[in-house]
Design a protein around this ligand. Structure first.
Ligand code: PLP
Length: 429
């Protein structure tokens, strides 16, 4: 079932799933199998030639993972999706068919910390590079593009929170220059934001976060909009030119709008092997069934807590795009009309030492390097993930010593406020 006329709440439960044909099982079974029996030799040959779609081996496809792929693709408004073992795997899988040695990707400076490291350090080993630009400066984005640029990459609601990318402006620019736009929609989820509607070619997710929603399994996903003409510019030979590993098959010519999806499975998962396992897919499917309900509460709690903190004398400032004081407040209605997510940072009076004391005094908030959990989480980046950096580097990365980042959960907002209140008293005493 992937009928786009159903509402979001219906699709988050039903899209991609049908009663199990063998047993009638209503919930999607965990197909805990590595391989699938071929009907006969011709069937096997057709599958291996990509002339027929089916299951061969779980590094490429698995029925439980396939349901998750169809579910996320439907919620994002894409034509297909490829699930991967983590969000970082999904980012490599998104870039892999587009890039080649010597090619570059133009990326926003406002990214998840792990993505900054992946883009500045690790992709160099493939001969790829990333150019970091302030995506609020469209002229700078345009100036960074060159003949070797193969993609533009940003986050919708950017980590560590408080910032929303103007996807309309970036999507328009990407369309004008004929380059694919890749949007990491992890922090917003398809409930709050649909990047494809704003011009994204591919949407990547860390399903580890809000989609699964309770901090149980890592996973990732690349959603294919089906909207990009991979043959027009000659810049994407992996998708437009004959593929030697499949007797000269051309993915774009053969699979049309599904070219990227088929390439992701038939080449990406086959040869890079960053496969999601069916157990993890099951947990993520369970999470997605309640996505809209959780996101509504995440947003309502974040809104209430951010407003409370902003009025508090012990707090210097709060960066939450859902507050009228935010410079990005006017983008909420346009880019993520159901709310600005549940990640934000705030500055504690008393600086670094007060932040450390605050974190130690909190009882309900967990001090962890994660986000998008049902429970509320906090991290002081300057004393943890960014502690090796100089202070000026910490500030450039948004990890100012006096700032903590919250990922607001779905507990009672009043209990969270009471916890912050008692901890702020201890931290600023
Ligand atoms: C966590 C995260 C990632 C990386 O995902 P993993 O599942 O941890 O590999 C990428 N982007 C954003 C915005 C994230 O929050």
């Amino acid at each position: 079932m992937s009928d786009q006329t159903y509402g979001f709440d219906t699709l988050q439960i039903h899209a991609g799933a049908r009663p199990d044909p063998a047993t009638g099982a209503r919930q999607t079974p965990i197909y805990q199998t590595t391989a699938y029996v071929f009907r006969d030799a011709d069937h096997a040959a057709a599958l291996f030639n990509l002339q027929e779609v089916g299951f061969i081996y779980s590094r490429l496809t698995n029925p439980t993972v396939a349901v998750l792929q169809e579910r996320i693709a439907t919620l994002e408004g894409g034509v297909g999706a490829v699930c991967c073992s983590s969000g970082h795997a999904a980012q490599i899988m998104a870039l892999f068919p587009l890039m080649a040695p010597g090619k570059n990707v133009v990326v926003s400076t406002r990214l998840y910390g792990g993505t900054v490291t992946q883009m500045t350090q690790t992709i160099k080993r493939f001969g790829w590079s990333a150019k970091f630009v302030d995506f609020d400066d469209l002229d700078a984005v345009r100036a960074a593009l060159d003949d070797d640029t193969r993609a533009i990459f940003c986050e919708s609601v950017a980590n560590p929170g408080g910032y929303i990318t103007d996807l309309d402006a970036i999507g328009k620019l990407a369309g004008e220059v004929g380059l694919p736009l890749i949007v990491d929609n992890t922090s917003a989820t398809p409930y709050l934001c649909n990047p494809i509607k704003h011009g994204a070619t591919l949407v990547v997710h860390s399903t580890t976060k809000f989609l699964t929603g309770n901090g149980t399994v890592t996973g990732g996903c690349v959603v294919d909009s089906g909207n990009f003409d991979w043959s027009a510019s000659g810049k994407f030979p992996s998708l437009s030119d004959p593929e030697p590993a499949y007797h000269g098959l051309k993915f774009h010519e053969t699979f049309g709008p599904l070219a990227f999806t088929f390439h992701g499975i038939a080449i990406g998962l086959r040869d890079l092997g960053m496969t999601l396992n069916p157990q993890a897919a099951h947990y993520t499917l369970m999470g997605i069934e309640t996505l809209s309900l959780r996101m509504e509460r995440h947003v309502a709690n974040a809104q209430k807590i951010a407003a409370w903190l902003e009025k508090d004398d012990r707090v210097d400032y709060v960066t939450y795009a859902g507050l009228p004081s935010s410079p990005y407040y006017d983008r909420v209605g346009r880019i993520c009309p159901k709310g600005a997510g549940s990640l934000f940072t705030f500055a504690v009076k008393g600086g670094y030492d007060a932040c450390v004391k605050l974190i130690e005094a909190l009882e309900l908030f967990s001090h962890v390097a994660n986000l998008g959990d049902t429970r509320s989480l906090i991290i002081h980046s300057a004393s943890t993930t960014h502690r090796q950096l100089e202070e000026n580097q910490q500030r450039a990365a948004g990890a100012d010593p006096e700032v903590v980042r919250l990922s607001i959960g779905i507990e009672d907002a009043d209990d969270l406020i009471a916890d912050l209140d008692q901890a702020l008293t201890k931290a600023t005493a």
